[in-house]
Design a protein around this ligand. Structure first.
Ligand code: GLY
Ligand code: MN
Ligand code: MN
Length: 426
C-alpha cells in the first residue's frame, strides 16, 4: 500500500457456500485473506489502516464472537479477543460492528484498497460505507478520493514465496507424490477411475492435507484426451493409458502433479513414443527455468521438442518453424506449459509486464506440464488414437536454476514399469 499519504485496505474472507438445504461445501478461507492473516474462520474481515507518514500500519480483524450455543453445534470460534492475541492483530472487533466501524474508518482516508468487482455483495457494502461518509460531508468528513484494487499489490507479494511458504509447498508435494505412487501401485485392468481417485484422497487426507487442491483428474483411455475430465466413473482397460492430475492442499498451499502411465503396467510401442516425447519436452522446459529467464521460456523450449516429435511421429507435416508459426500443433497440444502455483493452483501473479513476459526470480513457483493428446481422426495413425499424456511437476526458481519438488513420483518409463511390476508381485 502506498505509504506517506495513508489509506485503508479491506480484505474479506470467503463466504460459506450452501450445497443443498442444510449442507455446506467444505469451508475454505479466501486465499488473500489467509495469506495476510492465517485466520481460517468464516465471517471475518481484515482491515489495514495506514496512517500518514511515519506511523506503522494497524491491522484490525473483524470476526465472529464467542457463542457457546453455536460452538456446541458447529465447533470452536476464537472470538475477537483471542484472535487478536493468537494471530497478532493490533485490534479485533465483532463482525457485527463492521459496517458502522467501516464508515468511521473510511472518514478522511485519502485512499481505499479493495478487491473491486470481485463480489457484488461486497461492492455494495463498501459503496454503502462510502456513502455514509459522504452523507456527513457537512461535518467536515471526506470519503477516500481514490479507490484502488488491492489485488494488484497482493498478487505481487504472493508471486514470490518465502522460506516458510516453500517448506509447506515441499511437504504438500511430498504427500502428493506419495499419493501418485499409491495410485500407480493400485491401478490394474478392471479397476474404476473412482477407485483410483479414492486412493489419492486417502493419501492426501491421512497426511493432513485439508482437501485436494482441485478436483482430481483420473482419466483412462479416451478420457486422457479430455483436459479437465473429472467424471472419474469409467472402468480401466488393458492396453489403455491412465492420466492422473491430482495434488493435495496443505495449510492452504496447493500441489499440482500429473503422471500418465499404462493400466497394464507396460507401455506399448506407440504409448512409449508419445510418452518419451513429452518427457523430453518436459526436460527441455525444466532446463529453461532459472532467474533471468522469462515465464515463456520453458513453454517455448517444450514446444520446440514437442512439435519436432510430432513431425517425426507423422502426426504433423512440414517444417518445425512452419508448424510453430501456423500453430498446427495446437490440435495435439492446446494448453501452455506453466502457471504460477501457490495458495491457488493457478496462483496469483501477473504473467506479463507490459508487452514482456514476466522474468523469473528466485522464490517463484511454477508448474512444468507439457502434454500431447491424440484424438481419433482419419489423418492420424490409428496406433496413436486415444493416447493422452501430460507430465506435470512443480518447480521452485532458485538462485541458479530450479528445484523440482515433485520428483519423488516416478516418471521414467523404466521406473514406472518397475514400480507397477513390484506392486503386482506383492
Ligand atoms: N491441475 C490443473 C492444472 O494442471 O493446471
Ligand atoms: Mn497445472
Ligand atoms: Mn495439474
Amino acid at each position: 500500500m502506498a505509504r506517506g499519504g495513508g489509506g485503508i485496505a479491506v480484505i474479506p474472507t470467503s463466504p460459506e457456500q450452501a450445497r443443498n438445504r442444510d449442507t455446506h461445501y467444505p469451508y475454505r478461507a479466501d486465499s488473500y485473506f489467509q495469506y495476510l492473516t492465517g485466520f481460517t474462520e468464516p465471517e471475518a474481515v481484515l482491515v489495514i489502516v495506514v496512517g500518514a507518514a511515519d506511523t506503522s500500519p494497524q491491522s484490525m480483524l473483524f470476526c465472529r464472537e464467542k457463542n457457546l450455543e453455536r460452538e456446541i453445534w458447529d465447533g470452536f470460534r476464537h472470538g475477537p479477543e483471542a484472535a487478536r492475541d493468537v494471530f497478532g492483530f493490533d485490534a479485533a472487533h465483532a463482525i457485527s460492528e463492521l459496517d458502522s466501524k467501516l464508515a468511521e474508518l473510511f472518514a478522511n482516508q485519502p485512499a481505499l484498497w479493495f478487491a473491486i468487482g470481485y463480489d457484488a455483495g461486497w461492492d455494495r457494502r463498501i459503496a454503502t460505507a462510502l456513502n455514509t461518509v459522504r452523507a456527513e460531508s457537512r461535518t467536515g468528513k471526506r470519503a477516500p478520493a481514490t479507490i484502488r484494487d488491492v489485488r494488484a499489490e497482493l498478487d505481487a507479494m504472493r508471486l514470490v514465496k518465502d522460506a516458510a511458504e516453500l517448506a509447506i509447498m515441499r511437504r504438500a508435494a511430498e504427500i502428493s507424490t506419495a499419493a501418485h505412487i499409491r495410485a500407480m501401485r493400485f491401478v490394474a485392468p478392471g479397476r474404476f477411475e473412482y477407485e483410483v481417485e479414492a486412493e489419492l484422497l486417502h493419501e492426501f487426507r491421512r497426511h493432513g492435507c485439508e482437501y485436494p487442491a482441485y478436483t482430481s483428474i483420473v482419466a483412462g483411455g479416451a478420457n486422457s484426451c479430455v483436459l479437465h475430465y473429472v467424471g472419474n466413473d469409467q472402468v480401466l482397460r488393458e492396453g489403455e493409458l491412465l492420466l492422473i492430475d491430482a495434488g493435495g492442499e496443505l495449510n492452504g498451499y496447493a500441489s499440482d502433479i500429473t503422471r500418465s502411465f499404462p493400466v497394464s503396467g507396460r507401455f506399448s510401442g506407440p504409448q512409449a513414443d508419445v510418452y518419451s516425447l513429452v518427457l523430453d519436452a518436459q526436460a527441455a522446459a525444466i532446463a529453461a527455468v532459472r532467474p533471468g529467464a522469462t515465464f515463456a521460456d520453458p513453454h517455448e523450449a517444450a514446444l520446440k521438442v514437442l512439435v519436432q516429435g510430432m513431425i517425426d511421429l507423422k502426426l504433423l507435416s512440414g517444417s518445425l518453424d512452419a508448424a510453430i508459426e501456423a500453430e498446427s500443433y495446437k490440435r495435439f497440444y492446446m494448453h501452455r506449459t506453466s502457471h504460477w502455483l501457490g495458495k491457488d493452483v493457478h496462483d496469483a501473479g501477473e504473467y506479463k509486464e507490459g508487452d514482456h513476459w514476466a522474468p523469473l526470480t528466485s522464490g517463484m513457483v511454477l508448474t512444468i506440464e507439457p502434454g500431447c493428446y491424440i484424438r481419433p481422426a482419419d489423418d492420424v495413425p490409428e496406433a496413436f488414437w486415444n493416447i493422452g499424456v501430460r507430465i506435470e511437476d512443480d518447480a521452485v526458481v532458485t538462485a541458479e536454476g530450479c528445484e523440482i519438488i515433485t520428483l519423488a513420483a516416478p516418471k521414467k518409463i523404466a521406473d514406472i514399469e518397475a514400480l507397477m511390476r513390484d506392486a503386482r508381485a506383492h
